[in-house]
Ligand binder design. Structure first.
Ligand code: NDP
Ligand code: OXD
Length: 312
């Protein structure tokens, strides 16, 4: 019977039971135990989100780690995890679609000026506002992976011009795909809407900074659902204040939950979402996680094991 140590940011026994129920559909003998409990000392794998990573050092039977999300930065920030322990991530088409819906919602709110109409409604003002012409807007998608490639295709199918950026070469019908460090410049200067769907690695940390914002077109819209550490927050605030960035829609922050006294809350053209753009869904993700646990127990390399050298 494989014992799996479980930890999620909102660890409740209810959530753990929900995962156990879903996982048992695919692997009936799986047992989930709280990562911080004595029982976890038996665990051969751990299913975790933002766990206290020191705890892993006590688990002598541990053979593999599984992220409860698509990102693994919350695990890789501890570089003392032995290299022989595979780190597996979720890759779920449900999450990619869910993210796509959130990005589309954010972009359409920008294009149709939803927030302007919300303000007019408060003062009972019945008046048309300037609408942007979507045919002349170009969207830049930073990161064309499991999520970014789906978002790019969906936006193209909605009629937007889309340009993308990744580390290695990609071919996606209808999308102008750039790759490699220097080609980020093309997206920065060619696009009106910038969507960050990158993983957090040493090469992508603070990538959206003063010098990059300065090269964006005046009035650009900036959307971040990657990680908070992709953005130098003071540089974003400065650009939002000056109107160089006309709207920023954020789902992720350097400190989560976003502290109540954070300047983002006061900045009227920054919209705050509480890291919900694409939440992990036990129903759709359970099969691949059960399979990963099986592989780990059999000493096999599970699909979607991350490359520790690349950091994603
Ligand atoms: P993938 O690993 O599938 O894709 C990452 C993409 O980023 C790839 O296209 C990769 O290029 C590109 N990339 C990585 N490093 C660089 C670099 N230095 N320069 C240029 N491109 C780079 O990740 P996912 O699509 O599954 O997820 C992306 C991120 O989205 C996650 O890591 C997480 O941070 C975030 N996320 C946020 C959620 C939310 O609710 N806010 C939900 C889920 C994920 P290449 O293809 O060449 O390797
Ligand atoms: C993820 C996330 O990485 O929700 O899955 O941020």
């Amino acid at each position: 019977m494989p014992v799996v140590g479980f930890f999620s940011k909102n660890t409740t026994i209810k959530l753990q039971n929900e995962w156990e129920k879903r996982l048992r559909i695919h692997f009936p003998s799986i047992k989930l135990v709280p990562l911080l409990s004595k029982d976890a000392e038996e665990a051969t794998s751990a299913l975790i989100w933002k766990a206290p990573l020191k705890r892993l050092e006590d688990l002598n039977n541990l053979k593999g780690l599984i992220s409860l999300g698509q990102g693994v930065d919350h695990i890789l920030k501890n570089d003392s995890i032995p290299k022989k322990i595979p780190i597996v991530r979720i890759v779920d088409p449900y999450m990619a679609k869910s993210m796509s819906h959130w990005v589309i919602l954010s972009i359409l709110n920008f294009v149709r000026d939803t927030y302007g109409y919300d303000n007019q409604e408060k003062i009972k003002l019945y008046k048309s506002r300037k609408e942007l012409n979507f045919l002349s807007l170009k969207v830049g998608i930073y990161g064309l992976g499991a999520i970014g490639s789906v978002v790019a295709k969906d936006l193209y199918n909605l009629g937007f011009k889309v340009e993308g950026w990744s580390r290695t070469k990609k071919e996606i019908e209808g999308i102008n795909c750039n790759y490699g460090e220097n080609s980020i410049e093309k997206l920065i200067s060619n696009c009106d809407i910038h969507v960050c769907l990158l993983p957090l690695t040493p090469s992508t940390t603070n990538i959206f900074n003063k010098s990059i914002f300065a090269k964006m077109r005046r009035g650009s819209c900036f959307i971040n659902a990657g990680r908070g550490e992709h953005v130098v927050e003071d540089d974003l605030i400065e650009n939002c204040k000056s109107g160089h960035i006309s709207n920023a829609i954020l789902d992720v922050y350097r400190n989560e939950p976003l502290p109540k006294d954070h300047k983002f809350w006061e900045q009227k053209n920054i919209r705050i979402w509480p890291h919900v753009a694409a939440e992990t869904n036990p129903k759709t993700a359970a099969k691949q996680i059960a399979n990963a646990i099986k592989c780990i127990d059999n000493g096999e390399m599970p699909p979607n094991t991350v490359d520790r050298n690349l950091g994603y």
